[in-house]
Design a protein around this ligand. Structure first.
Ligand SMILES: NC(=O)c1ccc[n+]([C@@H]2O[C@H](COP(=O)([O-])OP(=O)(O)OC[C@H]3O[C@@H](n4cnc5c(N)ncnc54)[C@H](OP(=O)(O)O)[C@@H]3O)[C@@H](O)[C@H]2O)c1
Length: 446
């Protein structure tokens, strides 16, 4: 059989620098870009843990002199020149700078220069993963990003390789440690969102600018990567709606408890094939039963659940962020390259489907929390609108002890579509007794 002619793409992506042929017993040479939280931990594991496989050769960072530490061997070259790193004879470029630019361009250049790449960069992989994997394939190099989702938890490889024999149709979980820290703090202490966020920032669990975490964008990037790896389906970040956790208040935990539930930021993607391929996906705060596995995810931990047609639900959990856990995932990727050389990456499937529709619509029972200026007729007014949209009320709860000028109460709804509920809420929010907009969360029972 004739071999496929690869000469066209090979010449287009000719390596800038030919990597030298390395005798098999030699250590792989590692160039590290980014000496921040994760980069430092990776350097520590490479320098302080005995290993026969790797040699750290370069550390790149802007204004690098302020980064220098005495526990890195003197043989390591500290540099603020990316060109020096990319033209060096390092075998693997480890990108731990983050962000889409210039990190993406550096990774492309590293691959074209004949280096394999390991990265923890979820934003970049969510945006350009398939393109970068293809480039790595063309260059016959590896691109690994096991650290980009759920830090130290081997979720991508577990789903992609460990569950390759199943037909997965749902990925769900707690993918952002900052949000989980804040919500579990509110749950345990009755603190407000603002107080819990401040504490998370003081302890280093939240960034000074926490928007990416709180608004759900960080979790969404991870969901995109998991959807591709597990559901073998290509979705884009901007197709997945996100709701912030900042509208959850301490009183919601009190009401959730009355319903034997608690609140978590849930990322969920579900594949349906009935009328063409549709992916239902969202990142949002949701009520979950206190007895569920997600309710037991405490502090900055993560949990990933993959549900398949044959093996049922599988769960991966542990520390999803932080320097050391994330560094473990990076080093594991390095070992994978050391073991299998330049064989194609296992992190993304070769063939993925593009869904006809990506929808944030979701059918579930819902929780509505109101804060109102109290007066007679409020429940009747809300019930009238809901009835017009065919939405049934399951329960109404009102805790005592709140002022009539800002009275919180909740209504739980029977199972309904989020589209219908959205229309009803637009009308309900226009009624004149609200102190703040109605908070709406799905109640996820499975
Ligand atoms: N931290 C975690 O728990 C975690 C978990 C999973 C994945 N990740 C991913 O890992 C990557 C690194 O995260 P991190 O938490 O280690 O970030 P970080 O602490 O901010 O470290 C980034 C490092 O890169 C340097 N840097 C940034 N932009 C640069 C540029 N243009 N040129 C040269 N150096 C530059 C920074 O230098 P300065 O000191 O000057 O800013 C810093 O030392 C990100 O992709 C992140 O999403 C992180």
């Amino acid at each position: 059989m004739a071999k496929p002619n690869r000469s066209k793409s090979r010449s287009r992506n000719k390596p800038e620098t030919k990597s030298k042929k390395r005798p098999s017993h030699k250590k792989l040479r590692i160039a590290l870009a980014g000496f921040g939280t994760v980069g430092r931990s990776v350097a520590k594991l490479l320098c302080q843990e005995a290993n026969d496989s790797f040699e750290l050769t370069h550390i790149f960072n802007r204004n690098v002199s302020r980064k220098k530490v005495d526990w890195v061997p003197s043989t390591v070259r500290w540099t603020e020149s990316i060109d020096e790193v990319l033209s060096s004879d390092a075998d693997i470029f480890v990108e731990l700078v983050g962000g889409i630019t210039p990190a993406g361009e550096w990774i492309r250049r590293a691959l074209r220069a004949g280096k394999s790449v390991v990265t923890a960069n979820k934003l970049l992989i969510a945006e350009s993963g398939p393109e970068l994997v293809e480039l790595a394939g063309e260059m016959r190099k590896r691109l690994e990003f096991g650290a980009s989702v759920a830090g130290g938890i081997p979720a991508i490889i577990g789903i992609r390789e460990g569950l390759a024999g199943d037909r997965l149709y749902k990925i769900a979980g707690v993918l952002n440690g900052t949000c989980n820290y804040i919500l579990t703090k509110m749950e345990a202490t009755g603190a407000s969102f603002e107080t819990a966020l401040e504490e998370a920032q003081e302890l280093g669990f939240a960034e000074a600018d926490p928007r990416d975490d709180v608004e759900g964008f960080d979790a969404r990037a991870k969901l995109v990567i998991l959807t591709q790896a597990g559901l073998r389906t290509r979705v884009r970040s901007e197709q997945i709606p996100c709701w912030p956790i900042s509208s959850v208040e301490a009183v919601d935990f009190a009401y959730a408890r009355e319903l034997n539930c608690t609140i978590r930021q849930i990322s969920l993607a579900k594949k349906e094939t009935e009328n063409g391929l549709t992916v239902h996906a969202f990142v949002r705060p949701a009520l979950v039963p206190v007895s569920s596995l997600v309710a037991h995810v405490e502090g900055s931990k993560n949990l990933v659940m993959a549900t398949g047609q044959y093996a049922g639900q599988m769960v991966f959990s542990g520390f999803g962020a932080g320097g050391d856990p994330t560094a473990v995932a990076v080093i594991s990727d390095l070992y994978s390259i050391a073991r299998s050389g330049d064989a194609p990456s296992g992190h993304l499937p070769a063939a993925v489907e593009v869904p006809q529709e990506v929808s944030g619509q979701f059918t579930a029972p819902y929780y509505l929390r109101f804060v109102v200026k109290d007066r007679p007729g409020i429940i009747a007014a809300v019930a009238t609108v809901l009835a017009r949209y065919g939405i049934g009320i399951d329960a109404v709860l009102q805790k005592p002890g709140f002022p009539r000028s800002a009275l919180p109460f909740i209504i739980t709804l029977e199972t309904c579509t989020s589209a219908m509920l959205g229309c009803a809420l637009q009308e309900i929010n226009r009624l004149d007794f609200h102190v703040e907009p109605v908070l709406c969360m799905p109640i996820l029972l499975d």
